[in-house]
Design a protein around this ligand. Structure first.
Ligand code: AHR
Length: 498
């Protein structure tokens, strides 16, 4: 079967936004403790940050990191995580039934961000706390000096203000699992008041209000409309969260998860633009897709501690397969395609917890399968996003009906570097793809790599960390401005031209 795409600079969607390649560090399981932070590890620096993990974070190319939650933030007291470590309280973490030692807090996280070369994005607690605590944290972080909390930060060793631009107003406040969950109107009011007060402290902030926790929430759509009716003037972004998994061997639907993400984004854009019309507002609200990934959520309840409160337990340590990596690659294609309205996104999460990077305590750090499509997209998607007008055979799926077998997007930068990202969603059939690049003039193939394997459930382990990696796709041929290549069944491919 055959599919085709066209590369044409005239089909520009939007610039590639670097914040699209964000990720997420939550105090959950081993993301922080024995993930990014492990004093005594052979690669740990003086502050206890693992250098091996930092190296992989840099190779992954993540740009913005959301912290400290997630569900964790909704009962978190930020003051517990600052000041002399020996004096910090040990607390119950209600979200993950764990014990939080508070060894890492906001100042450690900021230092880690500097080492990693990433932009921090902080979430405030609007579950058990409110306006005052949010404003206090902001004063502690962003005011240079001369006030009680800014001087306290300096006493705590952080001389310069952290100058954090992006802030999330709570987390998943629509979820039954959330500590302090609220109705849309209750939450909207609190978020608007908090945003207003935060902007009085620092007018340069970019604020994210909570959208729905998934498109399957019973309040989806209405939540966005009601929350934005309360907050439209005060916020810049509305969040979206989505996790996908393969249900009962339904590979075809799973590989087409981006169909749901498309629907999610289109729906939130519609809700945001209706709120805009009602307000007669000039500004448009963008989407911060600040949690997305493959997550075998249906397996999670069995892992949750109930009788004890462990420190940094092994939680949500999903092992990702070839099929999972192809799906992640497809979701990245979808996010790029929507760059006109999705201005930021965070792969949830970064280390150990539903993560592209895994670690063993005292041992090695290694790349999951999903690391690869993310790293290559973050690295080579530059310049502008182009729509590619795909033509493709269709296949039937249980969840989404008929869907195109091919999903693809392209980017081009000012130097004429082109990257095409493509997924073959067929569980069984290879697909021949023609890339019509004639409009670019003289071009050549720079690189073509594909991630696939005859065993679509193959995954990487600490002992075999490179079992699944992208490999050169030698089928790619260019003739008279057209590239022809074969996309194996269940595969993700990157083609670079210049
Ligand atoms: O990323 C894991 C969890 O998923 C987050 O804590 C929460 O926001 C979401 O439900």
């Amino acid at each position: 079967t055959n599919a085709a795409v066209t590369i044409d600079r005239k089909l520009r969607v939007a610039p590639v936004r670097r914040r699209l390649f964000g990720s997420f560090v939550e105090h959950l399981g081993r993301c922080v403790y024995t993930g990014i932070h492990e004093p005594g590890h052979p690669t740990a620096d003086a502050e206890g940050f693992r250098r091996d993990v930092l190296d992989l974070v840099q190779e992954l190319g993540v740009t913005t990191i959301r912290y400290p939650g997630g569900n964790f933030v909704s009962s978190y007291r930020w003051e517990d995580g600052v000041g002399p470590v020996a004096q910090r309280p040990v607390r119950l973490d209600l979200a993950w039934h764990s014990t939080e030692p508070n060894t890492v807090g906001v100042n450690e996280f900021m230092r880690w961000c500097r080492l990693a070369g990433v932009e921090p994005m902080l979430a405030v607690n609007l579950g058990t706390r409110g306006i005052q605590e949010a404003v206090d944290l902001l004063e502690y972080c962003n005011i240079e000096s001369g006030t009680h909390l800014s001087d306290l930060r300096r006493e705590h060793g952080a001389k310069d203000a952290h100058d954090v631009r992006m802030w999330c107003l709570g987390n998943e406040m629509d979820g039954s699992w959330q500590v302090g969950r609220r109705t849309a109107v209750e939450y909207g009011r609190l978020a608007a008041q908090t945003a207003h007060a935060m902007r009085l402290v620092d007018p340069k902030l970019e604020l994210v209000v909570c959208g729905s926790s998934s498109s399957s929430m019973s309040t989806f759509g209405a939540w966005e409309a009601d929350v934005l009716a309360e907050t439209y003037d005060e916020v810049d972004y509305i969040s979206a969260h989505a996790y996908y998994e393969e249900h009962e061997g339904d590979t075809a639907s799973f590989l087409a998860s981006a169909v749901d993400m498309d629907y999610f984004i289109d729906s939130v854009v519609a809700a945001a633009d209706l709120a805009r019309a009602k307000k007669k507002a000039k500004k448009r609200i963008a989407i911060s897709f600040d949690e997305w990934n493959v997550w075998y959520l249906s397996r999670t309840p069995a892992q949750m501690p109930t009788a004890s409160w462990p420190v940094a337990p092994r939680l949500l340590e999903d092992r990702y397969s070839v099929a999972d990596a192809v799906t992640v690659g497809g979701l990245l294609i979808c996010l790029l395609r929507h760059s006109d309205r999705v201005h930021a996104a965070s792969l949830a999460q970064l280390v150990n917890v539903i993560a592209p990077i895994m670690t063993e305590p005292g041992g090695r750090a290694w790349r999951q399968t999903t690391f690869h499509p993310f790293a290559l997209t973050a690295r080579y998607a530059t310049g502008d996003v182009l729509a590619v007008q795909p033509t493709s055979p269709q296949q039937e799926t249980r969840r989404y009906g008929d869907v195109p077998v091919l999903d693809a997007v392209a980017t081009v930068d000012g130097d004429g570097q082109v990257a095409v990202f493509a997924v073959n969603r067929s569980p069984a059939e290879p697909l021949t793809l023609t890339v019509d690049a004639r409009s670019l003039g003289e071009t050549r193939i720079v690189e073509c790599v594909t991630l696939s394997d005859p065993d679509i459930y193959r995954f990487n382990t600490a002992d075999e960390p490179d079992a699944v990696t992208p490999r050169p796709n030698r089928s790619a041929r260019m003739e008279q401005g057209r590239v022809e290549l074969v996309l194996p069944a269940v595969s993700w491919t990157m083609l670079r031209l210049s």
